[in-house]
Design a protein around this ligand. Structure first.
Ligand code: SF4
Ligand code: SF4
Length: 114
């Protein structure tokens, strides 16, 4: 699969995303396992309004990459999730979620829930 040119975007497409219960649990587990300093560094970074609470502005990448939600993994590769910097990669048809979504990260689930 071709890669998206994400370097330099600073989380441009990382806004509130829907998550499932399992995704919530996995993110929770990952954040609990982080050393306190790393966790606090990520938590307290200044972000633009609307940018995902887990975007690492300093490293310019997802701060929870290994456990990022399904919709984040799909972004850029589905027709309804087009990346404007590389729209030709969005070739897959309708994304269907395997599990029920329980709310939105950054809106329904904020740092205090983790
Ligand atoms: S998916 Fe596209 S818009 Fe989002 S960070 Fe990557 S290149 Fe930028
Ligand atoms: S979880 Fe990661 S990839 Fe998904 S919106 Fe947040 S920062 Fe972006």
């Amino acid at each position: 699969m071709d890669a998206l040119p994400c370097q330099g975007c600073k989380g441009l497409c990382c806004g509130p995303v829907p998550i499932t219960e399992n995704e919530y649990k996995m993110i929770h587990k990952k954040l609990k396992a982080l050393p306190k300093k790393l966790r606090d560094d990520l938590k307290n970074q200044p972000r633009k309004f609307g940018t995902c609470i887990f975007y690492d502005m300093q490293k310019d990448q997802c701060g929870i990459h290994s456990v990022r939600p399904e919709v984040c993994r799909a972004f850029g590769y589905y027709k309804e999730l087009v990346c404007f910097r590389k729209p030709e990669l969005a070739t897959k048809e309708a994304l269907t979620f395997r599990e029920k979504q329980i709310g939105f990260l950054s809106i329904d689930f904020t740092w205090q829930h983790f």
